[in-house]
Ligand binder design. Structure first.
Ligand code: PEP
Ligand code: MN
Length: 263
């Protein structure tokens, strides 16, 4: 059973291939030192793509909104230095053009899964799109949101389960791992899992990274910060370097047991 997964190429890396994808990095890009440290450490430990929000969709308008366009120049040169493709959230169709030269994969956040105007604009590019599931979206609605990008001519769509809102308050969201095999039986799009937003608790993240691999996901996206206590966003769910290193050592075993590899 199941559908053969399409491969989505991001830089040198193929998402949906035999390789299990690890996207890692801070929730928000804060400064050069932070992004460099996160990129170097996570890459050395098996991450292939670097994440980091330049524009943030925050619930509270008074909280840190991201560095914005003024940071693009140094981000661009740092990215070349690290030679890691960059995944960042697109929050406004007007930012597609300035971000295009720097960004290797556009992340559509949970709040924008229903922003069909944005999805259509992303469909007019060929840049890969990481489409997060809306926190109250049915899986069917999530797949139909992906169609908005595909229909415009961009075949490079990757899905990302990031937890949904339920009655449970112990975790920030309820990570719906059961939806991974459900989607993979119905769609050829690669499926990633984001255990950071899916749990909202750093101590719970490693187990859900391993579980995502065991559930048949094509990869994970995980928040990692050089100093989580000082993070400008989502520090409570970020892995420290030490925790990331330990998680990756174990992930290597789980991924191998699933017939895949991290490289
Ligand atoms: C993020 O990845 O930092 C983020 C804001 O994700 P989500 O849209 O899933 O909340
Ligand atoms: Mn975050």
């Amino acid at each position: 059973m199941g559908v053969k997964t399409r491969v989505v190429q991001v830089g040198q890396h193929s998402i949906g291939s035999q390789a299990f994808t690890v996207i890692a990095g801070p929730c928000s890009v804060e400064d050069q030192n932070q992004l460099r440290l996160a990129g170097e450490f996570t890459q050395k430990n098996g991450a292939r793509l670097l994440r980091g929000g330049i524009f943030k969709m925050r619930t509270d308008p008074a909280s840190f909104q991201g560095l914005g366009l003024q940071a693009l120049e140094w981000i661009s040169s740092l990215k070349k230095e690290l030679s890691m493709p960059l995944v960042t959230e697109i929050t406004d169709a007007r930012h597609i053009e300035p971000l295009l030269p720097v960004v290797d994969m556009f992340q559509v956040g949970t709040r924008n899964m229903y922003n069909y105007a944005l999805l259509k604009e992303l469909g007019k590019t060929k840049t890969p799109v990481l489409l997060k599931r809306g926190f109250s979206a049915l899986a069917e609605e999530w797949l139909l949101a992906a169609e908005y990008v595909l229909k415009e001519g961009n075949p490079n769509v990757v899905l990302c389960e990031r937890g949904i809102r339920t009655f449970e308050k112990a975790t920030r969201n309820t990570l719906d791992l059961g939806i991974v095999p459900w989607v993979k039986a119905r769609s050829d799009l690669p499926v990633l899992v984001d255990p950071s937003h899916g749990t909202g608790v750093s101590a719970l993240v490693p187990a859900m990274c391993w579980a995502a691999a065991a559930a048949g996901a094509d990869g994970i996206m995980v928040e990692v910060h050089p100093d989580p206590a000082k993070a400008k966003s989502d520090g409570y769910q970020a892995l420290s370097f030490e925790a990331f290193g330990q998680m990756m050592a174990q992930l290597r075993q789980v991924v191998k047991a699933m017939g895949r590899s991290l490289d």
